[in-house]
Design a protein around this ligand. Structure first.
Ligand code: CDP
Length: 240
């Protein structure tokens, strides 16, 4: 019998996506990325002088990500403040985005990226990376590429895209394997994690699947960026 996903999606299908750029007026750049019931908001501030000073890099600006899952984002309230998990995901976001940002011209500076998860149904690090990539571009930070991120998964033996929480908790057969992947618009991987088991042949197949989806995400990101320019131009016209 063919494998059926719990919510009826095709194996290579994302949950419904929404993306919007320019949502926080006080930030230098901002964006929202939503897949299904997972919503990430990213705000970028900088480049600005790095504090504390000992973290300054005299050779280049530093990208600093802070990932936060709001207390009310899941049904079991999360204790506010940093946790081991949030600190790990913050680092992962930095590593996923860093190959793309070009901060050579900003020695001693920092670009702060604050990612808040206001609603979580798995895949929050990927949604956060997608939002952050748009927010960085919106802030005018020089970038080689946009970065797209998706969680590839294996439910028992079947590869699927963009697991929700119910799928992440799948226990039948080999259970669920979660493989978040991020890549540039040219298909170069900047981040891959593996929580579970998969053989190399199937992993290659899965990366191909993720690449296709990431291409679609990049198009959605580009459209959201273009739309934000239109909105900002209209605002200027309204003022004049
Ligand atoms: O969110 P992501 O898949 O990147 O990371 P995870 O650590 O594998 O978390 C998977 C999901 O578990 C989250 O998206 C939340 O829906 C849920 N979660 C939770 O309910 N409470 C936590 N303290 C952490 C995660």
């Amino acid at each position: 019998m063919a494998f059926k996903r719990l919510d009826g999606r095709k194996n290579e299908e994302m949950r419904p996506i929404k993306a919007k750029v320019g949502i926080i007026p006080n930030a230098d750049g901002s964006a929202m990325f939503q897949t299904g019931d997972t919503i990430a908001i990213a705000a970028v501030y900088g480049p600005k002088k790095m504090h504390p000073q000992h973290q300054q890099d005299p050779a280049k600006g530093v990208l600093r990500c802070t990932y936060n899952m709001n207390s009310f984002s899941v049904s079991d309230r999360i204790r506010p403040g940093p946790s081991r998990r949030s600190m790990e995901i913050s680092k992962i976001m930095e590593w996923a985005l860093d190959p793309s940002v070009m901060l050579k011209k900003y020695p001693g500076s920092v670009v702060d990226v604050h990612v808040n998860i206001i609603q979580a149904d798995a895949g929050t690090r990927c949604a956060g990376i997608n939002a952050a990539s748009m927010a960085l571009a919106h802030a005018g930070i020089p970038m080689k590429n946009l970065i797209a991120s998706v969680s590839l998964g294996k439910l028992d033996k079947t590869l699927v895209i963009d697991l929700d929480k119910e799928e992440e908790d799948f226990k039948e057969g080999e259970g669920s394997t979660d493989i978040p992947i991020s890549m540039t618009d040219t298909g170069e991987l900047t981040h891959i994690q593996l929580d579970g088991k998969i053989d190399s042949k199937q992993l290659k197949e899965g990366i191909k699947m993720a690449k296709k989806v990431c291409e679609d995400i990049i198009e959605i990101q580009k459209k959201a960026l273009k739309d934000s320019i239109k909105v900002e131009e209209n605002k200027k016209w309204d003022k004049n």
